[in-house]
Design a protein around this ligand. Structure first.
Ligand SMILES: [Zn+2]
Length: 162
């Protein structure tokens, strides 16, 4: 059973810059396992640690049967551009088109502490960039107009009270 709970916008932790991970141990592995469990339970394709209240540079993505762990990720390459609908577990019920690069190369540690280079194209590039944004305190709705963002905030304030 997992005790992790999804934080919903405008929870302030979603705006904090996450701190890099400096030790790779069994506790970290357990936490990452729990992140995957919560992500699947909530039907997400990606989850960043701040979304479950932990301000650390850890994100997970699951796509087409493959699991990706991104710890202290750095974007090495970006190219192309694509507009597609996007959503976020921390912004429930909101789906909006966002323009993002269509190709990305990321360098990140995995749960064992091994540094890896991961390439993402299309949807996967979008998922990586969305999660890496979370670690910087950035949300996909930041790419929308101010008016649209205010409407979303209002809607979610109501949602949180219910
Ligand atoms: Zn998200």
């Amino acid at each position: 059973m997992s005790a992790l709970k999804i934080r919903v916008y405008p929870d302030p932790i979603l705006r904090k810059k996450a701190v890099p991970v400096d030790s790779f141990d069994s506790e970290l592995e357990k936490f990452i396992e729990e992140m995957f469990i919560v992500m699947r339970k909530e039907d997400g394709v990606g989850l960043a640690a701040p979304q479950v209240g932990v301000s650390r540079q850890i994100a997970v993505v699951s796509y087409e049967g493959k699991n990706y762990v991104l710890i202290n990720p750095k974007v090495l390459e970006l190219s192309g551009s694509e507009r597609r609908e996007e959503g976020c577990l921390s912004v429930p019920g909101v789906y909006e088109e966002v323009e993002r690069p269509s190709h990305v190369v990321v360098e990140a540690y995995d749960e064992k502490g091994d540094l890896r280079k991961i390439t993402g194209d299309g949807f996967l590039a979008r998922a990586f960039l969305h999660e890496i944004d979370h670690l910087q305190g950035k949300l996909f709705i930041d790419y929308l107009s101010v008016l649209k963002r205010q409407l979303i905030k209002k809607k979610l304030r109501k949602y949180r009270k219910e």
